[in-house]
Write a protein that binds this ligand. Structure first.
Ligand SMILES: Cc1cc2nc3c(=O)[nH]c(=O)nc-3n(C[C@H](O)[C@H](O)[C@H](O)COP(=O)(O)OP(=O)(O)OC[C@H]3O[C@@H](n4cnc5c(N)ncnc54)[C@H](O)[C@@H]3O)c2cc1C
Length: 384
């Protein structure tokens, strides 16, 4: 059974079971009361305001509560993306070492979950099996890759983005920069003791390279030398990395953009980040089309799991689903009566670029001046 059923009902059920007090108490633990709402939020099954309204039906929640604060992180990363645009894909500032000190390739033993560090191997296996990782596990994996194995944060971020069901370019790439020290003022480090405190025993990593002091880890992070892999040979426990696909799996049966379906009709477009409820006012003449823009998927491949998750919900909402490049989508829509649901600017720029943030309902008011730290942004939005 999949951990994430691709329905809005599943998302609403998760919202109904959120316990903000228990969340605040236990969220750092891998088996703590986290919501696992992120795939639904990323793909627009539900918006952040809907999440908070739903939780407030059962609990009193103040802006200063931990739960709202964490939702705030997502919006903060969107704020940074809106202001910096594609600048978020480069180091925001120099980290502990220059960019050139880090490799662009991810070592085999990490990709195949056979590093010999239980916390890392469990994290990779969980990521591949479920498309989800607890925040703490994401931090451990990113920290190990960047600071111990000297993998460039960007290589790690691109890889993790593809395997996550909730992959969000802003939250993902900026979190990697935060861990890596190019988006924060110090590297995020963790050791075996920290893992033992927050993870079940299968993750415990006593005797491995992370079983050391923070002082020693800081020294390693500041040295250009990568620590050796604990497993010299690919051992029996190595698992295959699921493929990351730049095109939809054929069994999804997507069509090419087709002007016949839409000619003379009102068209409502649904994209992979807007899988919430359809508006009630759609006329009988409206045809609902799902669109996947090929340029985006070529740049940012997804696991098959993610294609399936997104497409199942899209199939529920739409009569036809198209996969094609921007120009073929625009050409097919030329004779439509009226096109809405997805702005033309968005079709022409094809990326779920910062402007997508403008189309997504927000919890907090937009801040016009760029805030370079979450603390500064939070001060502005939480006062309003
Ligand atoms: C290296 C790394 C990569 C990450 N990549 C992504 C990503 O691609 N997509 C993504 O949505 N989140 C990402 N995060 C942030 C965070 O780990 C996830 O949002 C969270 O773990 C999702 O699980 P949840 O829904 O159970 O979270 P909960 O703790 O239940 O939080 C509820 C919601 O609040 C938001 N939220 C909570 N914590 C954070 C946070 N630290 N940053 C941003 N939003 C947060 C999310 O929307 C989340 O769904 C990343 C973090 C790290 C360290």
């Amino acid at each position: 059974m999949t951990l994430f059923s691709p329905t809005r009902e599943a998302a609403l059920a998760r919202i109904a079971s959120v316990d903000p007090a228990e969340y605040a108490r236990s969220r750092n633990a891998l088996n703590g009361a986290v919501t696992q709402l992120s795939p639904y939020i990323t793909h627009g099954f539900i918006s952040l305001p809907e999440v908070l309204e739903g939780v407030r039906l059962h609990h009193s929640v103040r802006t200063q509560d931990k739960f709202v604060f964490e939702l705030g992180w997502r919006e903060y990363f969107r704020h940074v993306w809106q202001h910096r645009g594609n600048g978020i894909f480069k180091s925001l500032h120099e980290g502990v070492l220059p960019d050139e000190a880090y490799a662009d390739e991810i070592p085999f033993d990490i990709l195949h979950a056979s590093t010999g560090v239980a916390a890392i191997d469990m994290a990779v296996k969980t990521l591949y099996a479920t498309g989800y990782l607890h925040n703490h596990a994401r931090m451990w994996l990113a920290s190990y890759m960047v600071h111990l194995r000297k993998v460039h944060w960007r290589a790690g971020a691109d890889w993790m983005y593809g395997h996550l069901l909730d992959g969000d370019l802003a939250s993902n790439h900026l979190s990697w920069q935060w861990v890596g020290g190019t988006g924060s003022h110090k590297p995020y480090l963790f050791n075996a003791e920290n893992v033992s405190r927050y993870a079940p025993s299968a993750w415990h990593s006593a005797g491995s390279v992370i079983d050391t002091t923070y002082e020693e880890l800081d020294h390693v992070a500041r040295s250009p030398l990568s620590v050796a892999s604990s497993s010299v040979h690919a051992d029996d426990s190595a698992i295959d990395e699921p493929l990351l696909l730049t095109q939809p799996p054929t069994h999804l049966n997507l069509s090419s953009p087709n002007s016949n379906t839409v000619s003379g009709r009102d068209v409502w477009l649904v994209h992979p980040w807007s899988l919430g409820e359809l508006p009630e006012h759609l006329s009988a003449n409206t045809v609902i089309i799902g669109v996947y823009v090929a340029e985006f998927h070529l740049a940012w491949p997804w696991s098959e799991k993610r294609w399936q998750f997104v497409n199942s919900r899209m199939a529920e909402l739409t009569t036809e689903r198209w996969y094609g490049n921007t120009s073929s989508i625009i050409a097919a829509l030329e004779n439509a009566n009226q096109v809405s649901g997805f702005s033309e600017a968005h079709v022409t720029t094809f990326l779920p670029a910062p402007m997508l943030s403008e189309m997504t309902p927000c919890l907090f008011s937009q801040v016009d001046r760029r805030c370079d730290s979450f603390a500064k942004w939070w001060k502005v939005v939480s006062a309003g």
